[in-house]
Every structure is written in C-alpha cells, then in structure tokens.
Design a protein around this ligand. Structure first.
Ligand SMILES: [Zn+2]
Length: 136
C-alpha cells in the first residue's frame, strides 16, 4: 500500500498530497486540529501498516489499555477507500461517521460503518471509541 492513490492524492480520499494531508500527522509534525483530520490519519495508519505507535498515541489512554502497538502495526485487511459521511464537533468532543471499505484475506469486499467518538485532552484530539452500525 502506498500513501497515494493513482491520482497522487492521500489515500484518505482528500484531494491533497499525503505530506500535506495525513502524512504530517502520522510523522508527528502536526497534531490533528479536528476529529475528522485525526480519523482520516488513523485510517491511513491502518491502511499503510507500521503505525501502531501512532494509533496508540491517538487513542484515549483509558480505552486502549489492552492494545499493543506491534499488533496495531499489522495490516489485517487491504483497505480500499474511506468515505466520511457526517461529522460533529462541540467543544472538546466530536464524532465522525464514516464507511471504510476493505478486502479480507479471501478478497471479499466488506464495509466498516462506524460512528467514532473523539475527545480533546490537553489540546490533542484522541479517539475514544465507536458505535458500529450493523446496517450498511
Ligand atoms: Zn489524508
């Protein structure tokens, strides 16, 4: 998996170069300024693999105690694309509803439909958790 789509844009689906989009967050040069930016960068972290530390560092510490960066660095699926459906922000809380498309090991296509919750702690947005939608 590369950071760029065939059209040269970030794989999160924004019409921006990776370095100017999620890349700046994954490398730690910038902190995401909105829940959506954080969510997009976390999608890239999963899609690219090797960013387990980033996923842990952007997870609310109360919610990721069982998680290990090495496990999160493994790409379990082949992620295809991301669609952000809705987003809200109120003070230090926010949500992002999205669909993320992936192929499993057998090549079957699946959709993860999630409403993610985010909280800003000490100026940094963190992923708290998700409501998973059964219906697609
Ligand atoms: Zn991006």
């Amino acid at each position: 998996m590369h950071e760029l789509t065939s059209s040269g844009h970030c794989i999160c689906g924004k019409n921006k170069k990776f370095e100017l989009c999620c890349g700046q967050y994954l490398t730690g040069r910038q902190h995401a300024k909105t829940p959506e930016q954080l969510m997009r960068s976390r999608y890239c972290a999963y899609a690219l693999g090797g960013y387990g530390d980033y996923l842990i560092n952007t997870w609310h510490p109360m919610m990721c105690k069982q998680l290990v960066a090495e496990d999160l660095s493994i790409r379990h699926h082949q992620w295809i694309k991301l669609e952000v459906l809705n987003k809200t922000q109120s003070g230090d809380q926010g949500t992002v509803e999205f669909k993320a498309y992936y192929h499993d090991q057998q090549g079957a296509e699946h959709v993860l439909h999630e409403n993610s919750f985010f909280q800003r702690v000490a100026g940094k947005w963190l992923y708290v958790g998700a409501n998973l939608e059964n219906k697609i």
